[in-house]
Design a protein around this ligand. Structure first.
Ligand SMILES: *Cc1c(COP(=O)(O)O)cnc(C)c1O
Length: 395
C-alpha cells in the first residue's frame, strides 16, 4: 500500500493486506499463546533473532503486529509496541529511557498515575524528576540538568487543557541530546502528531480515543527509531511483560477504523457544546482549546488539527453545586475515562485529582468547582439539553 496515504485511509488500511491472510477482509484474531516451529533449526533461528517467525505471544503475535504497524503509520513513527494498559506503556517507556541517577523533566500537570510512577522511580531507583511550567523556553532551559535524560510532556494537559509548544521543546531538547516523550492520549494521531514535529516517543492510553468504545484497557508506544523500539520490545516489554492481549489488539484495530470520523464528530460536538456552555449564567471559566479567548488558542491552531473533544469549566458556585450538576445529569454518564461514544462527566478535585493536595491542585488550576466533560458522539442538542437542565437546576 502507498505509504503516504491520508490518515483517514491509513486508519483503515495501514499495516494489513487481506491477501496475505486468506483474503480475510478483517484482520484475523490469533488467539494463541504460542507458535509451533516447523523444525528445531527454525526454532533456534527464531530465538537467535535470525528469522522473523513468531515464538510466544508475550514476545509478539500477528494480530498485535498488525495493530502496531498501523499505529506506527498513523503516528509517522518507525515502529510501535502495544501494551496491556496506558500505564504499562508509560512505565515501559520510562524504564527503557532511564537509569539510576537520571532526571526526568515533566510538564506541570500530568496524568495522576504517571505522577505516582515518578514517585516510585524516585523512591526505589533514584530517578529524580521535576514538574515545571513549560510555557517559556527560559524556564525550560534553566530546569535542564546534566542528568536530564527525558522530557515528558502532556498536551493538552488534563483537565485544564493547557498546551505545551512541542516545536519549542524539541528545539531545546535536541541541543542537549534529551529524549522527548509525549502522552498523546487527548489528541490521538488524528489531531496531533508529535513525531512529525521531531519528538522521539509518543505514548497513548489506547483505552480512550484509539479504542473509542469504552470496552478495552490498553496502551501504545510509538518511536521514531526502529532499533530503539526493537531494544524496547526485547527488554522492558518482553521481560516486564505488559504486552496487550491479542483480543484487545483486535478490538483496537476495529476501533481505529473509525478514528477519523469519530474524532471529527467529537470535535464538532465539543465546539457546539462549548459555545453554548460559555453563555450559560452558571458557567465561569472555561478551558477549551477551540475557544478564541483560550490563552493558547493560537498554539492550538498551530499544533493541533482540531480542538479535541474535551471541555473543562468552572461552575459559579460551590463544590456542592458542582457535585449537584453531576447528580442531575441523566443522558450524560458520571464516570472517569474519556474518548468514549458516551458523553462522560467527572469532578477532578474529588475524583481523578483527589490524590493531589488542594494546594497543588489550585496551582495546577484545578478548583473545587471545576467539571470535566468528555463530549461523546450523541446528537449535540441532546447532550446540551441534559447539561442545561442540570445547570438550570442548581440555585
Ligand atoms: C487514561 C490515561 C492514562 C492511563 O491509561 P490507562 O489505559 O488507564 O492505563 C495515561 N495518560 C492519560 C492522559 C490518560 O488519560
Amino acid at each position: 500500500m502507498k505509504k503516504n496515504n491520508n490518515i483517514e485511509t491509513q486508519v483503515i488500511h495501514a499495516g494489513y493486506n487481506p491477501l496475505e491472510h486468506s483474503g480475510s477482509l478483517t484482520p484475523p484474531l490469533f488467539q494463541t499463546s504460542t507458535f509451533s516451529f516447523p523444525t528445531a533449526e527454525e526454532g533456534e533461528s527464531r530465538f537467535a533473532g535470525e528469522s522473523e517467525g513468531h515464538i510466544y505471544s508475550r514476545f509478539g503475535n500477528p494480530t498485535i503486529a498488525i495493530l502496531e504497524e498501523r499505529m506506527a503509520a498513523l503516528e509517522n513513527g518507525a515502529a510501535a509496541l502495544a501494551f496491556t494498559s496506558g500505564m504499562a506503556a508509560v512505565s515501559a517507556t520510562l524504564f527503557h529511557l532511564t537509569k539510576s541517577n537520571d532526571h526526568i523533566l515533566c510538564s506541570d500537570g500530568i496524568y495522576g498515575c504517571t505522577f505516582g510512577l515518578l514517585q516510585l522511580l524516585k523512591q526505589k531507583y533514584e530517578i529524580d524528576h521535576d514538574l515545571i511550567n513549560m510555557d517559556d523556553e527560559e524556564t525550560l532551559r534553566k530546569a535542564i540538568r546534566a542528568e536530564t535524560a527525558v522530557i515528558y510532556v502532556e498536551t493538552p494537559i488534563n483537565p485544564t487543557m493547557k498546551l505545551v509548544d512541542l516545536e519549542m521543546i524539541v528545539k531545546v531538547a535536541k541541543e542537549h541530546g534529551i529524549r522527548v516523550v509525549v502522552d498523546n492520549t487527548f489528541c490521538s494521531p488524528y489531531l496531533q502528531q508529535p513525531l512529525t514535529l521531531g519528538c522521539d516517543y509518543v505514548v497513548h492510553s489506547a483505552t480512550k480515543y484509539i479504542g473509542g468504545h469504552g470496552d478495552v484497557i490498553a496502551g501504545i508506544v510509538v518511536g521514531a527509531d526502529k532499533e530503539e523500539m526493537a531494544e524496547m520490545a526485547a527488554s522492558v516489554r518482553k521481560d516486564i511483560g505488559g504486552i496487550i492481549s491479542p483480543f484487545d489488539a483486535w478490538l483496537l484495530i476495529r476501533g481505529l477504523k473509525t478514528l477519523a470520523v469519530r474524532l471529527d464528530r467529537h470535535c464538532d460536538n465539543a465546539k457546539k457544546i462549548a459555545e453554548t456552555l460559555k453563555a450559560h449564567p452558571k458557567v465561569g471559566k472555561m478551558f477549551y482549546p477551540g475557544d478564541e479567548e483560550f490563552p493558547q488558542y493560537q498554539l492550538a491552531q498551530k499544533q493541533m488539527r482540531r480542538s479535541g473533544g474535551m471541555i473543562s469549566f468552572e461552575v459559579k458556585g460551590t463544590k456542592e453545586e458542582a457535585q449537584a450538576i453531576l447528580n442531575r445529569v441523566q443522558l450524560i454518564k458520571l464516570a472517569v475515562s474519556l474518548g468514549d461514544t458516551e458523553t462522560l462527566i467527572q469532578h477532578p478535585a474529588s475524583m481523578t485529582h483527589a490524590g493531589i493536595s488542594k494546594d497543588e491542585r489550585e496551582k495546577m488550576g484545578i478548583s473545587d468547582t471545576l467539571i470535566r466533560l468528555s463530549v461523546g458522539l450523541e446528537a449535540w442538542e441532546d447532550i446540551w439539553a441534559d447539561l442545561k437542565q442540570a445547570l438550570d437546576g442548581i440555585k
